[in-house]
Design a protein around this ligand. Structure first.
Ligand SMILES: [Zn+2]
Length: 250
């Protein structure tokens, strides 16, 4: 009721003001009796296009390979490569295969595992998955577990929490509950890398035996190391003699 009255009265009041201003000569220009114009909406700034993976991740695969870190004794002493099972011999071998490799070698390794009915963990990088889109489905069809090893294989200890999250999110998330930080580089079970992995439902899994296949170790040396220690065995899909060692052990 009051509002309605106001609307009716306002033009009359404005007209009275115009009349008064004309009479006293205060106002030089015409007075707008219409309501003030509504302030125009600010122009809509379009959102920037989403970044491409190449823009987010500086390291790009070269010939399907990823950089391989060679841990020094100091790195191992500092606790960066930590065995995940108790010390001593563990006859239950868990084969794990990291990074990426040429399709023929990967296929041959999978065939050996399938013939011996052995399930292994494949820590494939997201870059490897993108390069070989058929790889994850093929591994899963062969009964293998495909696990997260980040997208571009960086040393996560040097990254921000947001960057670690982005690396894991763009990596392989295909039902495997394990996460292996590249180079075994993490900051311990209560560190931020393990905590961020846990937000994805992943547990950090390192290894008991580093076969050093990435450094070109011979098959016999690798087989001896695996038989002496057992447990979780670290192989790489790009190891020079990895296939021979797996054939001997499977
Ligand atoms: Zn790796």
């Amino acid at each position: 009721m009051h509002v309605q009255e106001g609307r009716v009265l306002l033009p009359a009041a404005a007209a009275a003001l115009v009349l008064l201003a004309d009479l006293v000569g205060f106002v030089e220009g015409p007075i707008e009796s219409a309501p003030a114009a509504v302030e125009p909406a600010p122009p809509v700034i379009p959102a920037p296009p989403p970044l491409t993976r190449a823009e987010i991740f500086a390291q790009l695969p070269v010939n399907g390979w990823v950089p391989v870190f060679i841990p020094t004794a100091a790195v191992i002493r500092a606790g960066m490569a930590v065995p995940t099972t108790t010390a001593g011999y563990n006859p239950n071998l868990t084969f794990t295969f990291d990074d990426c490799g040429d399709p023929a070698t990967v296929g041959a390794i999978v065939d050996v595992l399938q013939q011996s009915q052995r399930q292994a963990l494949f820590f494939i990088t997201g870059q490897c998955r993108d390069r070989y889109p058929w790889l994850i489905p093929q591994l899963q069809a062969a009964g293998q577990l495909t696990c997260n090893h980040t997208y571009s294989h960086p040393d996560l200890r040097r990254l921000s929490n947001a960057a670690i999250r982005a690396e894991i999110a763009a990596g392989v998330l295909a039902g495997c509950p394990y996460f292996r930080p590249p180079y075994g580089g993490w900051d311990g079970p209560r560190g931020r890398i393990a905590l961020i992995a846990a937000q994805f439902g992943l547990r950090v899994l390192l290894w008991d035996v580093d076969t050093r296949d990435w450094a070109g170790a011979g098959a016999a040396t690798m087989v001896a190391a695996v038989r002496a220690r057992g447990g979780v065995v670290l192989f790489h899909l790009h190891g020079l003699h990895t296939l021979e060692a797996v054939q001997a052990l499977a």
